[in-house]
Each structure stands twice: as structure tokens, then as C-alpha cells.
Design a protein around this ligand. Structure first.
Ligand SMILES: *Cc1c(COP(=O)(O)O)cnc(C)c1O
Length: 339
């Protein structure tokens, strides 16, 4: 089976499993799990921040960040495609009692000017704007990478309006590798950063929230309230350390394969449009004459799984467990498709 539905479908290889088996662990409530302490310390240093905290999911890390930055009734500015708005089960309102001011961006990205326009005036009848959130790379936006200059411009607006700035960096690794950027660049700009270990890096589970001591002070309390208390979590943190050592640089391979898939798709007559492929996500649209369900069923018959996103759009995501052999098979299958 060639599973291209998401980069979350990977399974730990022998090396990662061995690292997990050999982890030195302890009770994290007493701060005695040395492996998670090492992982947290490493990620904080990597991004040039004072603290990092391990989470079971990216959603919990993001939700904790929203809570750290806001009070009930306040408003966060984010893109209409953002994960915090679309795919976190309404958590912004459920957990923090805040609303989202959605920007109509381009592939999940927006401009500093759009942020200025989205900030509510300082009048008692408006929700108070207190936070700006962006995603890099963008998920629903098709793995697009932000222009770092625009991020810097948005930071200036945040500073002058006293707004927090959170990065949903679930796939920041893909942006760092593709754009040859450094984590410290991001650490300098953002107040809080969430990163996923369970996407491109191939861990079975795990996300980390990174920030300076002041903003992170209540992070562990909020994680507890959300039900994310940890014990011998070093077994999972060991997978994260292994992934940072072994699976980061290789993301370039996923990007290369995704670009090759995008190029082939754009030559096919049954495909109307392929979104620009920047990292490991390929979003494309079928011609209206082609039935989406038929297309997916035909691929399944060739043992290929991809995902439908509605409105005739489909998504392919390349990852660690998508081998070169699978890639050749996918390309040759696509070439032979007839509708
Ligand atoms: C996957 C993802 C998350 C976190 O998802 P979980 O399933 O909760 O780990 C957050 N943001 C983005 C952009 C994502 O793609």
C-alpha cells in the first residue's frame, strides 16, 4: 500500500524503536524524566528560547499557546485556512473563550497590511485583539512557505500594537529545509512556537511548545488542565531526539518527490489545476468531467491512497515511509490512468 494521505502515517523504524527502548526515564511530574528534559532543552536552544514543553499533540500545544496569550472575550487574528480555526474542534472558543478574526489570505498566508486592517479599534464594544497567529508551512494552503520578510513586517505591527505572535510550526521543519532558514530566526520573531515531531520527522507522537520563561510560566498548568500531564514520557521524547538527529535533512527528498508528482499531474488532461508545490504537499483539482470518488477508487485499486479535500480538490503528502520504489510506481500508475 502506498499511503499518501498525510505525513502522519509513518511508523518508527528499527533505529527509532531502539532509541525509544533504551531511553532513560523518570516521572516527569517531578521533572525527573531526563530524556524529555534533554529534548525540551535541545528544542529551546535550537530556537534560541528559554523553555520548551513536550505535548501529546500539536493541537494541545497550540491551544495552550492561545490560552497563554489571551483572556476570554479577546480575539486572535489568523488565516481562514488556519489549523487553529479549522481543525482544532473549536478549541479557541471552548478552551480560551476567544474569537478568531479570519483573514482572507493567499494559500494560508497574508500580509502585514491585512493584519493592520484586522486589528479592532480600541473601543469598548469591540473584542480586544491580543494575538496574531500564522502557520508555516501552511497545511490547508498546500505546504506553502512564508516569505520571511513578510513575517518580519507582521512582527513590527505586533510590537507597535502590543499583540502576541504565535507560530503554528507543525511543519516548520519543511520550511527550514526548503528555504534554508534557521530556527533561531524564528525564535527571534515569535513569542511562542509549536512544532510537531509526528509529521515529517516521523515520530509516533509528540509536539513541543517553545517560548521564553515569562510567557511559558503557566504552560505546564494549562497542559495539566487540558489533561496532558506526563509521567515516563522519555520513551516518546527519545523518538523525538532520534528524529532530530536523523530525519530532518532528508525532508528535502520528500520535497523533491512532491515536486515531481506535481509536475506530472500538471501534464495530465484530467487535471484542471495543480497548486504550486513548495514542500511535501501537493493539492490539485480534477476536471469537472472526472468524478472525484471514481478517481480515488481507481487509485485504491492500484493500492494508492490519497485524500479528498472537497470541492473537487485532492491532496497528496510525501513522507519518510514513501520510498523511491513507491514513487516510481505512483508516477507510472498516474501516467497510465485513463478516464
Ligand atoms: C497536524 C497539525 C497540527 C497538530 O495536529 P495534531 O493532530 O493535534 O498533532 C497543528 N497545526 C498544523 C498546521 C498541522 O498540520
Amino acid at each position: 500500500m502506498i499511503d499518501l494521505r498525510s505525513d502522519t502515517v509513518t511508523k518508527p523504524n528499527q533505529g527509532m524503536l531502539e532509541a525509544m527502548m533504551q531511553a532513560k526515564v523518570g516521572d516527569d511530574v517531578f521533572k525527573e524524566d531526563e530524556t524529555v528534559n534533554i529534548l525540551e532543552c535541545r528544542l529551546a536552544n535550537m530556537f534560541g528560547k528559554e523553555q520548551a514543553l513536550f505535548f501529546p499533540s500539536g493541537s494541545m500545544a497550540n491551544q495552550t499557546a492561545l490560552k497563554l496569550h489571551t483572556n476570554p472575550g479577546e480575539q486572535v487574528i489568523c488565516d481562514k485556512f488556519s489549523h487553529i480555526y479549522n481543525y482544532e474542534a473549536g478549541g479557541a472558543s471552548f478552551n480560551s473563550g476567544i474569537s478568531c478574526n479570519l483573514i482572507d489570505g493567499n494559500r494560508g498566508m497574508f500580509t502585514a497590511q491585512q493584519v493592520i486592517e484586522a486589528i479592532n479599534p480600541d473601543a469598548f464594544y469591540y473584542a480586544k485583539t491580543t494575538l496574531v497567529e500564522i502557520e508555516n508551512t501552511t497545511n490547508k494552503g498546500g505546504g506553502a512557505c512564508w516569505d520571511f520578510n513578510e513575517i518580519e513586517e507582521i512582527k513590527k505591527i505586533c510590537k507597535s500594537h502590543n499583540l502576541g505572535f504565535h507560530l503554528d510550526g507543525a511543519r516548520i521543519w519543511n520550511a527550514l529545509i526548503e528555504k534554508k532558514e534557521s530556527p533561531k530566526q524564528y525564535g527571534e520573531i515569535f513569542d511562542t512556537i509549536s512544532v510537531c515531531l509526528s509529521k515529517g520527522l516521523g515520530c509516533p507522537i509528540g509536539s513541543v511548545l517553545i517560548g521564553n520563561e515569562k510567557i511559558m510560566r503557566d504552560a505546564i498548568r494549562i497542559r495539566k488542565v487540558f489533561g496532558g500531564n506526563m509521567r515516563q514520557v522519555g520513551y516518546l521524547a527519545a523518538a523525538g531526539i532520534y528524529a532530530l538527529d536523523n530525519n530532518l535533512e532528508r525532508l528535502a527528498e520528500d520535497h523533491k518527490k512532491a515536486k515531481e508528482i506535481g509536475e506530472l499531474l500538471s501534464t495530465m488532461s484530467i487535471i484542471k489545476k495543480v497548486e504550486p508545490v513548495e514542500t511535501n504537499i501537493v493539492i490539485f483539482e480534477l476536471e469537472t468531467s472526472v468524478n472525484e470518488k471514481d478517481f480515488l477508487r481507481t487509485l485504491e485499486a492500484h493500492n494508492i491512497k490519497i485524500i479528498g479535500m472537497g470541492s473537487h480538490k485532492l491532496r497528496i503528502v510525501t513522507h519518510l515511509d514513501y520510498s523511491s520504489k513507491m514513487h516510481d510506481k505512483l508516477l507510472s500508475t498516474l501516467k497510465e490512468l485513463t478516464f
